[in-house]
Design a protein. Sequence first.
Length: 390
Amino acid sequence: MLRFITAGESHGQALIAWVSGLPAGVPVDVEFVQRELHRRQLGYGRGARQRIEKDTPEFLSGVRHGKTIGAPIAIRIENRDWTNWEKALPVEDTDGADAAQRPLTAPRPGHADLAGALKFNFRDARYVLERASARETAARVAAGSLAKLLLREFEAAVLSHTIAVGHTRVERDVTWEEIETACDNLESPLRCVDAAAEAQMKAEVDQVLRAGDSVGGIFEVVAHGIPPGLGSHAQWDEKLDARLARALMSIQAVKAVEIGTGVANATSYGSGVQDEIRYDQTAKRFARSSNRAGGLEGGITNGQDVVLRGYLKPISTLRRPLLTADLKTKEAVKAAYERSDVCVVPAAGVVGESMAALELAVAFIDKFGGDSLDEMRRNFEGYQKQLDQF
């Protein structure tokens, strides 16, 4: 079974991604992993932290001679900002360390500060925010890039684009080719396929920056080339749509997830929502007239693109802070300000890609098995023949 975990704090020595369960023989393109990490750092409205960190993956185990070996993979990503925090967050408690601490006693509304402090009985929320920080998602992207490399072996890919920032939204349908083009263009400020909408999005980011505020939005993740039959209807926790929804909801600041056109479907009639079925004799596959279901029916992929949307609230850290109560004195104060971003929708989309890729890779391995890539490919090809002969 494919599993991954992350470790590390925002201003600690490093982040760690640990991945176990990838079959042996998967080619690992380190430059691809590096590019994925770089994509996470891009986007109009990002903060100064992205100019400090280089996010270079250091493979510690599980990859030799450019391929996975069936052993757990550990990736280290250095936090260059650690040099500015080493005295404030030392591993060992030394004499005089208290004087160098940077306590946070004014919890930020919308962040994990207060809830975490209450949970762990901290009068200082520093340890909570260090782990709750979205800096942790760099490790997720490193893990997700490995899942993408596995999916690539089966001609499947996962990409994302921005469909809304603040009050500006792309309302038209978007093609896979448009998404590919937007993702290939690393100079795109918000990774939006519509130039006019992107210009309006930039204007919204500029507006909230001047106001000392922040802005949220919506990113769309699309998985292309996914075969039918991944996931299961048999048990609640085997439904792939539920697993994908959980994966996207786990991303910091994501407060809602949509599959296909689920939100609009809820206020429509059934005759206008279902995707009618036909058979394509040339492709030897069943097809549908639309994709309102987002490529998932009954918790199982149906062969269409898997379409997911993450609804991202505005970042909780504001340069114009909100009111809060001090953890120690209980007095009304202004919330603490930690160096932060103004808009992270494109970056969250890259994280969404990684989380979706990881869940889809789990589903691939569950379906096709195999200790090696060659064995997994044989099983996959056998399934393709089964579909051809259906």
